[in-house]
Design a protein around this ligand. Structure first.
Ligand code: CO
Length: 171
């Protein structure tokens, strides 16, 4: 089932998500619905808070060049943490909560991560490239942060101006 995606500047997006304690049917349904929702927008990642669920979880699935998703590439990260990060990379990021806006963001190039899967099993792995970037982007969502907060002053001003023009002052 495709869920509604909250968009900036919805205040819920600034809230901190809470740890997941129950690995039950309800959680599995949420994760499945989040995948449907992400795929409907051709996204690469989606955090719970973006569909109004303030739980520490997100999904990542990097589609191939033709936009196909493969289940073996799906990361369902519950109670995720970054244990270590290395290197630096710049990538033009977007966010389903900030539609049609893309800007370069600097992040670590490689991350050692830990999370639980949908059954509650602990997983540790090292991610690089787009998966590492997406993991950092999604983890920020769980702490109430959006990628536009990482822009420098001028780029942020440009964003605010563009957004106002697009959506009107009071949205
Ligand atoms: Co996002």
């Amino acid at each position: 089932m495709v869920l509604e995606i909250l968009t900036y500047p919805n205040r819920k997006l600034k809230q901190k998500s809470k740890p997941v304690e129950k690995f039950d049917e309800k959680l599995h349904k949420l994760l499945d619905d989040m995948h449907d929702t992400m795929a409907s927008k051709n996204g690469v990642g989606l955090a719970g808070v973006q569909v109004g669920a303030l739980q520490r979880l997100f999904i990542i699935n990097i589609p191939d060049e033709d936009g196909n998703y493969y289940p073996e590439n799906l990361i369902e990260a519950i109670n995720p943490k970054i244990l270590d990060k290395r290197g630096e990379t710049v990538y033009e990021e977007g966010c389903l909560s900030i539609p049609d806006y893309y800007e370069e963001v600097k992040r670590a190039d490689e991350v050692d991560v830990e999370y639980q899967d949908r059954e509650g099993n602990k997983i540790q792995r090292t991610l690089s490239g787009l998966e590492a970037i997406a993991f950092q982007h999604e983890l920020d969502h769980l702490d109430g942060h959006l990628f536009i907060e990482k822009l420098n002053y001028l780029k942020r001003k440009k964003f605010d101006k563009e957004w106002k023009k697009r959506h009107g002052k009071f949205r």
